[in-house]
Design a protein around this ligand. Structure first.
Ligand code: ADP
Ligand code: ADP
Length: 229
């Protein structure tokens, strides 16, 4: 589903590579934690998958597309196959829960009937039944992240990228967030989650890829967080 072949990313005017000769394959349906100290290249890895950045060297394949050969007009189609969840939720503050999720489908031109059917289904999946008409500022952080996950998943993406999704959430609530990500993963969606949350990584026992100075220093099945950063 995601393949990096000898990928190097050096930002303009930087002398150190953000990612250096990275080789890895993430298969369809996997759940992968991306760990490593701040500045080790985790966000760069995610941005390369979305083609928000381009590598200086190497090849990146995502959902069967060679990203170097993807024309600009096909990039939106690539991004529709990739849901994104962030540390800071990024909800639309003047729209309700339901409208926030529906909007993700409206902008890609889905029919109104379809939207009316699938939005309640996905809100149930993330555990927001009964909260459809709330505004984001009437929700807890954990509930806001559930809305963000519903929005990211409502279009049934092949891949879900999560960048520190539990970063602003207390430990007890984070467990619920991870249950939702696990549920999404069980539908066949490949999940890649960058995190500093050692307790979460240790409790899930999924594949762990560790970056350090832009290099893969560990790739472990049923892994743990490792050293403390
Ligand atoms: P992480 O997500 O693990 O904190 P990043 O991918 O954000 O790591 O950063 C990797 C390296 O690339 C760091 O040295 C960072 O300073 C640098 N970097 C990231 N984004 C940019 C950018 N837009 N311009 C220049 N340097 C960047
Ligand atoms: P940007 O202007 O930075 O692309 P957006 O608000 O358009 O900001 O998107 C926020 C994030 O979601 C970005 O990382 C973007 O690549 C990603 N994204 C945009 N559109 C989609 C989509 N249809 N499906 C999944 N991710 C998307």
């Amino acid at each position: 589903m995601i393949e990096f072949q000898n990928v190097t990313k050096i930002y303009p005017n930087q002398n150190r590579a953000a990612l250096e000769s990275v080789d890895m394959t993430i298969n369809k349906g996997e759940f992968v934690f991306l760990v490593g100290p701040s500045g080790s290249g985790k966000s760069s890895f995610l941005r390369l998958i979305l083609r928000e950045e381009r590598p200086n060297d190497g090849r990146i394949m995502v959902a069967g597309n060679d990203l170097a050969k993807l024309t600009n007009w096909k990039v939106p189609a690539l991004r529709r196959k990739i849901g994104c969840v962030f540390q800071d939720f990024r909800l639309l503050p003047s729209k309700t829960v339901e409208q926030n999720v529906a909007f993700a489908l409206e902008v890609i031109g889905k029919p109104r009937r379809f939207i009316k059917r699938v939005v309640p289904e996905v809100l149930d999946l993330v555990g927001l039944e009964g909260k459809h008409d709330r505004m984001p500022d009437e929700l807890s952080g954990g509930e806001q992240q559930r809305v963000a996950m519903a929005r990211a998943f409502v279009n049934r993406p092949m891949i879900l990228l999560a960048d520190e999704p539990t970063g602003n959430i207390d430990p007890a609530t984070s467990i619920g967030i991870m249950k939702v990500l696990d549920r999404i993963n069980r539908t066949g969606t490949t999940v890649v989650m960058a995190t500093h949350d050692a307790a979460i990584v240790d409790s899930m026992r999924k594949r762990v890829i560790e970056l350090e100075y832009g290099k893969v220093v560990r790739d472990q099945n049923r892994g743990v967080y490792g050293q403390n950063y």
